[in-house]
Structures are given as structure tokens and as C-alpha cells.
Design a binder for this molecule. Structure first.
Ligand code: PHE
Length: 447
């Protein structure tokens, strides 16, 4: 397939250079930044955790992010065929197929959580959210009921529609409007949070490191989160990379995306911690932080339903720009593999995800006692994707770029110091760290 490798994609199948950066930021900035990052930071030591997270982003996340973009553009294919186009052995591509499976598994629960955020945005605005002040009970009864399925459908329809419209006309346009929009809402919410009485205590918790709280486990959680947050190990950045022009500097793009991801997480922290501290709520509330703790703060705040709406609306938008990239991975694969039209492929992918998301949603309610390997279906999807598929996918990318494919540096446009630094991370630091988190998360090693 040598010919196609030299070609630029058709205009409708390619990003402009800002479009690519915004779409990649859209993929990386998601529920991971706004919902997961604050609660794990709360649980694993505040600012000390945040510093370790930055280190993981720089030494492991950024090198793998660049490698994925480079494989996509070099191979000009999907998460499977890009490897085939660049290598004589088929094995890399077979591992690439895991990415397609990860995308389905992640979407199966991610679309459900995205749906929750939409429901919360809506009920903040109408005020229904604040009717029952027991927010834990009302979250549990909501998540276990049928309403989330309705919102999951809305999430999937919007996502499918954007993907079906194509790379330039759908994905790029969507992100070009929404990513700057997200920044505006974040700034409004940050100003509100930082001017609440007692906000300083929350800022201090978030930004004053206490290294005594740092454990090996928190370092591993930070690394796993760096992976998830940059959308690595499941072919999203690789698939987007295939749509960029040869003129684009991928090194700069990767740095912008990692920096953007960090900035959005940082600002999310500056919203959530001052808000919860100001209303006397403990920060380490686990996954319920956004859905159970924050509504209480919004209820007590002047114009709380407006700020509650903005907050949950922000989460919904951040989630949608990520779901679009998740769906594009299997979509691009099936389009090429079966020569389907984009609309047909996107529809089929969406229907499969819908079928997975129903039991995922119901495992918060009537299926909560049906355990597989000791986990609910929802938790199992998250566990298998985040702890097994993503690390394997990341490992394949580092080993392929570090050891197998000799032209990676040329495609990345790197030479000299930056090339050597990149290769050092890909050959040694990243694979070792990824193997360690993998063995830890499946319980083979313990600290
Ligand atoms: N990076 C997204 C987030 O932080 C999640 C995601 C993972 C998106 C993998 C695409 C691929 O929420």
C-alpha cells in the first residue's frame, strides 16, 4: 500500500491544523478531567498527587501521544490498518484491533455517565434537582432507574450525527465551536468558585503538596489517569492523526494537546475544591463527588441553579467531544474494512454501543446484583478497558515506535536532542511504567 502512504487525505477527510489540535483536545478533555480527576486528586493526596500526575503526563503520556499521532499519519489508516501499512508483520495490527474493542467497552459506560451529566444540567435548570436535599439518595435512585437510558440515547444520537457528518464537516466543526465554548464556561465557573467565602481552603488543598500522603498506589493511579485523560492506548489519537496534513508539526500538536488537557484539569480543580470546601463538604467523595456533593453546594449558592446548569452543561459538552473520538475509532475501522459509507458505519457502531450501554446503565439498578468476576457490568467495562486493554494498547504503540518502525523520527519531524529524549521515553520509561501499572491493576504485584 505504498502509494496511499504518500497521499494527503481528501479535503473532506482531513483536519486543518487548528482543527486537528482542537479535535484532539476535545478527545482528551472529557469526564476524565472534570469528573474523575478532581475526585481522585481528593482521594490520593491533593497537590502531591497533582504533581505526580504532571510528571506522568510529561514522561509517559506525551511521548505516547506523539507516537500515536505519528503512526496514524505515517500509516494513513485506522487503528488496525495503519500498523499493517507500516509493518511487514501482521501482529501489530492484530493488537491494534484491541483498540476497536476498547472503544466499544469505554463507550458502553462513558455514554451512560455523559447521559447523567445531561440530566443533571437539565434538572438544575428546572430546579427539580434541588427538590430532595438528600443528593446521595436521589442520585442513586436516578442512576438505577430508566431515565439514564433516555439520556444515553440522546448522547449517542448527537455523537453519531457528528461522526456521520465527516471529519471536516462534522468532527472539526463540532470541536471548533465547543472547545472554545468550554473555556468560556470554565472561566465563569472558576471566578464564581474562587470568590466563594472560604474558597482559599480549597485552593490550598489542591495546590499545597503534602508528600506524606503520597503512596505507590497514588502514583499508579496518576499514571493510569494520565493515560485515560490523554485518550491513549485505544487508537483515538492515531485515528485522528491519520487525518492531518504532512505539513503539520505533530510534536507541537502533541505538546499543545497535553498542555491543554492539563490546563482544563487544573481549572476543573480550581472550580471543584473551592466549591466543596466553601460549603464544608469533604473532597475525597469518590465518583459521587460531582453528582452527590456538588448539588448541595449549588443549592446553597445564590443563582445556584444557573451555576449548576453551567457546570453540568460543561461536563456534557466535554463528554461529547470525547465520545465523538471514541466512536470514530471503530467507525474508521469498519468503513475501511467493509467499504461501508460513513453514515452506515457510524449507525452500526452506535447501535452496538447502545446494546452495551443498556446493561451498563441497568447495573446501577436492577442488575446491580448480577456480578461478573465480582463486578457489575458497568465496573467490568471500565476495569477491562482501563486496566487491561488500554495498557496493552499503549505498550504496543511504545514498542512499535521505539523498536520496530525505523522511520518514526522522520515522520515526527524530530531529530537531535528531542528525538533522543522521545525515544528514551518510548524505549525505556514508558514501557516499564506501563507494565508496572498493568501488573498492579490486575493484582499481580502489590505495594
Ligand atoms: N480522554 C477522555 C477523558 O478524559 C476519555 C477518553 C478515553 C476519550 C479514551 C477517548 C478515548 O474523559
Amino acid at each position: 500500500n505504498q502509494n496511499s502512504l504518500q497521499l494527503e487525505p481528501k479535503a473532506s477527510d482531513s483536519f486543518t491544523s487548528t482543527g486537528f489540535i482542537l479535535a484532539a483536545i476535545g478527545s482528551s478533555v472529557g469526564l476524565g478531567n472534570m469528573w474523575k480527576f478532581p475526585y481522585i486528586t481528593g482521594m490520593y493526596g491533593g497537590a502531591a498527587f497533582f504533581l505526580i500526575f504532571i510528571l506522568c503526563l510529561a514522561l509517559v503520556g506525551l511521548p505516547i501521544l506523539l507516537a500515536e499521532m505519528v503512526i496514524g499519519r505515517g500509516g494513513r489508516g485506522n487503528a488496525v490498518s495503519s500498523f499493517h501499512n507500516l509493518s511487514k508483520t501482521k501482529w501489530w495490527g492484530y493488537f491494534g484491533f484491541l483498540s476497536v474493542l476498547s472503544a466499544f467497552a469505554i463507550m458502553g459506560f462513558y455514554a451512560v455517565v455523559a447521559g447523567w451529566t445531561m440530566n443533571y444540567a437539565f434538572t438544575s435548570l428546572t430546579g427539580n434537582l434541588f427538590e430532595n436535599p438528600d443528593y446521595t439518595a436521589s442520585f442513586l435512585s436516578f442512576a438505577g432507574g430508566n431515565m439514564p437510558i433516555f439520556w444515553t440515547i440522546i448522547t449517542l444520537i448527537i455523537t453519531c450525527w457528528v461522526v456521520a457528518k465527516g471529519v471536516a464537516g462534522g468532527i472539526e466543526k463540532f470541536n471548533k465551536v465547543l472547545i472554545p465554548g468550554l473555556a468560556v464556561i470554565l472561566v465563569i465557573l472558576m471566578i464564581r468558585a474562587l470568590t466563594l467565602p472560604g474558597a482559599g481552603e480549597g485552593v490550598e488543598f489542591f495546590l499545597m503538596p503534602d508528600f506524606s500522603k503520597l503512596t505507590a498506589e497514588s502514583a499508579l493511579v496518576a499514571l493510569g489517569h494520565a493515560f485515560f485523560s490523554l485518550s491513549l492506548g485505544m487508537g483515538a489519537m492515531l485515528t485522528y492523526g491519520a487525518y492531518t496534513s504532512k505539513k503539520q508539526s505533530l510534536g507541537k500538536a502533541a505538546a499543545a494537546v497535553a498542555g491543554g488537557d492539563l490546563l482544563y484539569a487544573f481549572v476543573a480543580g480550581l472550580i471543584i475544591f473551592p466549591t466543596v470546601f466553601s460549603y464544608g463538604i469533604a473532597p475525597g467523595q469518590g465518583p459521587g463527588l460531582a453528582f452527590m456533593a456538588l448539588p448541595a453546594a449549588f443549592a446553597a449558592m445564590p443563582l445556584g441553579n444557573l451555576f449548576g446548569f453551567l457546570f453540568f452543561f460543561l461536563l456534557s459538552i466535554a463528554a461529547l467531544t470525547s465520545t465523538v473520538s471514541l466512536v470514530e475509532v471503530p467507525n474508521a475501522y469498519l468503513m475501511e474494512r467493509f467499504k461501508w459509507s460513513r453514515a452506515k458505519s457510524a449507525t452500526i457502531v452506535t447501535l452496538i454501543i447502545f446494546a452495551i450501554s443498556i446493561p451498563a446503565s441497568m447495573s446501577m439498578g436492577i442488575l446491580s446484583d448480577n456480578l461478573l468476576f465480582g463486578k457489575t457490568f458497568f465496573d467490568l467495562l471500565d476495569f477491562v478497558a482501563s486496566n487491561i486493554f488500554l495498557p496493552i494498547g499503549g505498550l504496543v504503540v511504545t514498542l512499535f515506535t521505539g523498536y520496530a518502525w525505523k522511520r518514526a523520527g522522520e515522520e515526527a519531524g524530530l531529530s537531535g536532542f528531542w528525538y533522543n529524549a522521545w525515544m528514551f521515553c518510548l524505549k525505556y520509561i514508558a514501557p516499564i511504567m506501563v507494565i508496572v501499572i498493568f501488573l498492579y491493576s490486575i493484582g499481580i504485584i502489590k505495594f
